[in-house]
Design a protein. Structure first.
Length: 153
């Protein structure tokens, strides 16, 4: 069962009333990155490729078609007994953009990131609401203790 937006809001910081939705909380855009070097996923571990942070021009990121990494503005703490999911806001999709994300395990704390795929030039303002974070009840053994714990805090 998915939790209410009010419950989800208690797991994020900062959060404004405008971000709280009936079934989740909108995540805002903090920063946009462009990957500059290859990464690697192997059987012996992973390496995230180097990236550079883009600078907004006149208060907006002006993004051409391509893949980018979007960092969210809110710190999230996934409580025990739950799993988190991030979905793109429909306004993002209606502007020919997609946000790809992964499962957020119980115990994860940090400011996460998503893969922002731009299919048509778009302008995104820092602080704009680009995604919605939801929590669902979930059985699990243990809690997240991976390399992304505490990221971007």
């Amino acid at each position: 069962m998915y939790e209410s937006g009010a419950f989800v809001a208690r797991q994020l910081d900062p959060v404004s009333d405008e971000q709280v939705q009936p079934n989740g909380v909108d995540l805002t855009l903090d920063a946009v990155f462009e990957q500059t070097d290859p990464g690697r996923l192997g059987t012996d571990g992973k390496t995230v490729g180097e990236r550079r942070e883009l600078d907004p021009e006149n208060g907006c990121y002006r993004l051409d078609p391509g893949g980018y990494v979007a960092r969210y503005g809110e710190t999230v703490a996934v409580p025990e007994g739950h799993v988190g999911f991030v979905y793109p806001r429909s306004s993002l999709m209606r502007n020919s953009c997609m946000l790809h994300t992964a499962v957020w395990d119980a115990g994860y704390e940090g400011r996460g990131e998503g893969l922002l795929v731009v299919h048509h030039p778009v302008e995104l303002e820092p602080g704009a609401r680009i995604a919605q974070f939801v929590l669902a009840e979930a059985d699990h053994e243990g809690e997240y203790a991976g390399s992304y714990q505490g990221e971007n805090i």
